[in-house]
Design a protein around this ligand. Sequence first.
Ligand code: ZN
Length: 137
Amino acid sequence: MVRYINVKSKTRTEFVDITEKIQETVKEAGIANGICYLFVPHTTAGITINEGADPSVQRDIQTYLNKLVPFEGDYHHREGNSSAHIKASIIGMSSHVFVEDGKLVLGTWQSIFFCEFDGPRHRRVAVKFTAGDKKQA
Ligand code: ZN
């Protein structure tokens, strides 16, 4: 079964830390060991795993993505949000994390971020699990 978590972005470009929400989903699903797949079913948002301890890292990523792909440009897409579509493709719309002993296996400084590029909006992230090997004695 595919589960969904809701994300509400507050600004045009924003990284929302969804690590705790995903961890809660692992608990609800009762997954001890396996793989957690994350998919963003939107065309102007993405997902990334990066530094969660220092918020200036997220700010720097956003600042440089905005420099690389400015909001205004020689775009053809009539909706006016081509930069968001391009950034979503650069960042990517899926990720996965191993689950061990009921916990997401992340590095000390890593967090899972929903990446909004065309907010503010109500968004969703699809979460699916596959059960993995049994814990070895
Ligand atoms: Zn568009």
